[in-house]
Design a protein around this ligand. Structure first.
Ligand code: SF4
Length: 229
């Protein structure tokens, strides 16, 4: 199966982002506008991980800038977090969509396992470069990609778990799931739980960017030997 192949020499997030812009590791690039790479503080203590870019992200080339992103921004503020201090990315970097209503609208289509696996090398290298203290999985796709297919948002939520790399990991809902709740009161309650999840994750991290410590940064393009923490 084809897969993304981050170049060995891409040892910074900017270099990785440039390389990902021409990725053809799976078929999703063919119908998307552009690669939507992660963004944020390269020394962030907290990495937020979503599923894939949506319609607005695909057009803007930035993650979480559509309706779900705006809700996430509000939740971050309420949790006492500054978006500029965290790193936000997706497990899959291209928008997968299907047509609706005579082709006038593009609606989200869940990425398949093959696409998630094909795109994984980009995320793994982002993780290696940022080396966050805490991961926050936004929704089931990110949670399964980080913690394994058996994980369920409902049971994993609210607990401090550990990723296979030994990074403290929290699971919560994807902000788009909050937007889909029709009842105002129920939506507000879910927003409160989401903020509490972010606050819990924040309390287990250094919150802001860590001070520069070159010894923790990769010195070459290889991601082998990434520390398990
Ligand atoms: S989804 Fe990922 S692997 Fe597939 S083409 Fe886009 S960047 Fe490459």
């Amino acid at each position: 199966m084809p897969t993304a192949k981050p170049p060995e020499e891409a040892t910074t997030l900017d270099a990785l982002r440039r390389a990902a812009a021409s990725c053809t590791g799976c078929d999703l690039y063919k119908r998307a506008t552009q690669t939507v790479f992660g963004e944020g503080n390269p020394r962030a203590s907290i990495m937020l991980i979503g599923e894939q870019p949506g319609h607005e992200e695909d057009l803007a080339g930035r993650p979480f800038v559509g309706p779900a992103g705006r809700l996430l921004d509000k939740a971050l503020v309420q949790a006492g977090l500054d978006r500029r201090h965290v790193y936000i990315t997706n497990i899959v970097k291209h928008f997968k969509w299907k047509e609706k209503e005579g082709g006038k609208r593009r609606i989200h289509e869940k990425p398949g396992r093959g696409e998630i696996e094909a795109c994984r090398p980009w995320f793994d290298k982002e993780l290696w470069l940022v080396q966050p203290e805490v991961l926050v999985c936004l929704g089931a796709t990110a949670a399964a990609a980080i913690l394994g297919p058996a994980v369920r948002v409902g049971t994993a939520r609210g607990r401090a778990l550990s990723s296979p790399q030994g990074i403290r990991t929290f699971v919560t809902v994807h902000p788009s799931a909050i937007l889909r709740i029709p009842e105002d009161a129920e939506r507000a309650a879910e927003m409160g739980r989401f903020v509490a999840d972010l606050r819990r994750a924040s309390s287990r991290s250094g919150k802001a960017a860590r001070p520069s410590s070159p010894s923790r940064r990769p010195g070459s393009g290889s991601s082998k030997g990434a520390p398990a923490r």
